[in-house]
Design a protein around this ligand. Sequence first.
Ligand code: PLP
Length: 469
Amino acid sequence: MDYISTRGQDGPLGFEQALLSGLARDGGLYLPVEWPRFAKAEIAAMKGLTYAELAGRIMAPFCDGEISEAELTAMAADAYAGFDDPAIAPLVKLNDDIHILELFHGPTIAFKDYAMQFLARAFDRALAKQQKHAVILGATSGDTGSAALEAFQGRDAVDVFILFPDGRVSPVQQRQMTSVITDGAFAVSVKGDFDDCQALVKTLFNDHQFRDQVGLSAVNSINWARLMPQIVYYFSSALALGAPHQKVAFSVPTGNFGNVFAGYAAVQMGLPVERLIVASNQNDILPRFFEAGTMARETVVPSLSPSMDIQVSSNFERLLFELLGRDGAKTAAVMQDFAASGHFTLDADVMERAYALFSAYRLDDAGTVAEIATTAKNDGMVLDPHSAVGLSAARRAHADGTVPKDVPIISLACAHPAKFESAVETATGQKPVLPPHMADLMTRPEKMQTIDANADAVKSLVLARKRSV
Ligand SMILES: *Cc1c(COP(=O)(O)O)cnc(C)c1O
């Protein structure tokens, strides 16, 4: 499978190259040149596969000619061997209408593990083959960074630098990052917000001289290989409810538009999906966009669901490219306009295409606390704040008729409640307990750097601390 850039000036290139470079050289994001599509009978035949086998089946067409289905299955089996539930991504019934897809059974108890554990193995394989060393530079609002440091630790071919916004991540998230003290792992606290961290990463990726000098790679969800493994649980959960014969809908807590774009990919691959529900917290740039067709950047307001405290959803560019008929020049023009002015508006016919599949809902902090409290009380299930934002949207989508009652909604639970204990304790009066493998987390030794939100500061740090090849 070949990959092209959403801005039309890079590619086509193969899977491995897209994996290692992450962000395209024209500033765009890689996408497969076409969507592989499974026929209904092929989807029906997926029923009964193990999670790793399903992962191999779904990812094989994206790696065609480079990694075989059998090898992908083996990589997935290895990636998910340490997960604490044999189903890997278990689907739990909340009530007759809504099911909760638990995506917190990996080592850092948020859904990022599903992709990152696979990605680390894909990097190892590619770097060993090419006898190369890579520097991974990523920005995190909390969960990506812990998943990346955890997945890549101890891998000699890779140094990992993770930028996180100073004081804006939860204590558990921060300790998960800073307690990785192996060589080549760097948790970097940046004096700024998440969008500052993300902008620094983008700046350094666009510095081609630096990028080539250190072998810069991205593991943010701008990397296509991050999204690819996330498509798998859309299929596994839909299959569990009777797909392809039964339509389902998904409610996805959203920040960077990565996870929900993996759902979009599943739809392009043939999974029958009634609707994708985009669920945001009070940083509601996406709901405002889906209401009015105008994307308008505002400042980030810290919330109880910090992993969604984002105004610029970097993966939205992929949907934009799709909505614009895969026109790279148009996409580049819109994105340049957005960078310069902070807003853009799409034509009504383009928005029609978006409305055909997506609906969006927002929930503020008070609503989030209320949702956690009622769900604990009435349904006996304790959710983390991000998952509560998603569940509230799912309930409203059924109540207002956006999703017909006879279409079950799969609501994604993106983190374990103990990762965000203070919000959960506020709502339920009880402190959620960390899973056994993390019981001593908060007393583990820490390693961390602090820098200003400035590209030169990041550059100096990388050059000074990266291990030589
Ligand atoms: C990363 C994250 C999100 C947002 O996911 P995107 O792919 O960035 O939209 C939501 N909830 C949790 C718990 C996360 O870690």
